[in-house]
Design a protein around this ligand. Structure first.
Ligand code: NAI
Ligand code: MG
Length: 404
């Protein structure tokens, strides 16, 4: 099918996501536990935006910088996690379809519903049968999919542990692979940063989506002279967050996705206390049914503690301090991950200086957790490899003539 025809389908899918956005948002919050405010204003519009964006590329691939006649790879096997179920489906499907591949997508076992509704939308868009296949199931289904000999390219988003297993399983098969894995991002606040703006960015960085975010700003690095003031302002702000019913429009913090994830957050938070960090949470009552964890702040954190090193994937922030920009860079890069980072300062030159030294795929300046389909996203080191979004996001789904 020529690119201009593929584009029409992708535009249609994007429009249908917009038309059915309320249904998708409610379903996503019911299934995942995230606040409706977020699924309505972030997940669903960004999913539509992704299809719109890649629809625009479908008939322009010859000018994308991958040679005059870039070719699809064939069948893409795509495994996605539970933290942004619909958005991750869009991130996987839109570039794969724009480039002319077919897809087998496996949503996470705790959040398959929005992918199934998306399947209905694809039918409504009259996408030819077989172009997108959605298979539900747990880890074994994912393992069977990526190992299937009919699959030419694997795209995975999830834990570093499973990412490594997949990389081992694929070694020597000639299948192309991209991995988007965990993170332990530093959100760095300099002494000249506007405090109230930074506090909003810190809150958005770690409490958005209950902290179930691979690029979450889970390590706050504050310059010493302002550390006390920033932490005090942050505590005041956290007192105002509302935790509870994900379907209530005023809810800021929703439910933890699963008992397994809640257990992991509890265990790591307990280790923080046991290792000597100071734990603090605002006064907030937790609903009695379901899985909940209060927004939590750890101070007196040192880099060797587990809460400063391991991905918690929950609403838990570890606060560390630094004196000089050099120390900030050293502490920020002192991690096995490399997905994202944030810098808060009034100085433009300092932003550029930091961005060139931080080993992270995405560096935000005076903002955090901002996504746009035109901007490539991906990691270094144990955060994975390959980029999703932007022109870069086409590359993993295109073959060069040398592959043939
Ligand atoms: P996971 O990596 O086990 O699950 C992610 C997806 O991979 C799911 O669809 C799952 O069914 C599938 N999967 C599991 N085992 C597989 C295998 N052997 N082969 C192929 N597919 C497989 O992640 P899980 O257990 O849900 O979460 C554990 C931790 O991973 C979290 O606490 C968090 O730290 C991290 N994580 C990171 C994510 C990210 O966005 N980078 C997303 C989800 C989890
Ligand atoms: Mg797992």
């Amino acid at each position: 099918m020529p690119g201009r025809e593929r584009a029409k389908y992708l535009f249609r899918v994007a429009r249908l996501i917009q038309e059915r956005s309320r249904e998708l948002a409610v379903l996503e919050s019911l299934d995942n536990g995230k606040p409706i405010k977020e699924s309505r204003d972030v997940d669903v519009p960004l999913a539509a935006a992704h299809f719109f964006y890649y629809a625009g590329w479908a008939d322009k691939l010859a000018y994308a910088g991958f040679g005059p006649e870039p070719k699809p790879l064939g069948v893409a096997g795509q495994v996605i996690p539970w933290n942004f179920p619909l958005l991750m489906a869009a991130w996987k499907l839109a570039p794969a379809l724009a480039t002319g591949n077919t897809c087998v997508l496996k949503p996470a076992e705790t959040t398959p519903l929005s992918a199934l509704l998306l399947a209905e939308i694809l039918q409504q868009a009259e996408l030819p049968p077989g172009v997108v296949n959605i298979v539900t199931g747990a880890g074994a289904t994912g393992a069977a999919l990526v190992a299937h000999p009919g699959v030419d390219k694997v795209a995975f988003t999830g834990s570093t542990e499973v990412g490594k297993q997949i990389q081992r399983a694929l070694a020597g098969t000639g299948k192309r692979l991209t991995l988007e894995l965990g993170g332990k991002a530093a959100n760095i606040v300099f002494d000249d940063a506007p405090v109230s703006q930074a506090v909003e960015g810190i809150v958005n960085g770690i409490f958005f989506n209950q902290g179930h975010v691979c690029c979450a700003g889970s390590r706050l690095l504050v310059q010493e002279p302002v550390a006390e003031g920033v932490v005090e302002a942050l505590k005041r702000r956290l007192e105002t967050l509302r935790l509870g019913d994900p379907l209530d429009k005023n809810t800021d913090i929703g439910a933890i996705n699963s008992s397994q994830q809640l257990e992991k957050i509890r265990e790591l938070s307990d280790s923080g206390e046991a290792e000597g960090a100071q734990r603090w949470s605002p006064r907030c009552s937790l609903p009695t049914r379901g899985y909940w964890f209060p927004p939590t702040l750890f101070t007196d954190v040192v880099p060797a503690q587990r809460i400063a090193r391991e991905e918690i994937f929950g609403p838990v922030l570890s606060v560390l301090t630094f004196r000089t920009p050099e120390e900030a860079v050293e502490r920020a890069n002192n991690t096995t991950y490399g997905l994202s980072a944030g810098v808060w300062t009034e100085k433009g030159s300092r932003i550029l200086h930091m961005a060139s030294r931080l080993r992270a795929g995405v560096v935000w300046a005076n903002t955090f957790n901002r996504f746009d389909p035109s901007s490539p996203f991906g990691g270094y080191r144990e955060s994975g490899f390959g980029r999703e979004g932007g022109r870069h996001g086409l590359a993993p789904y295109l073959g060069s003539p040398l592959d043939a």
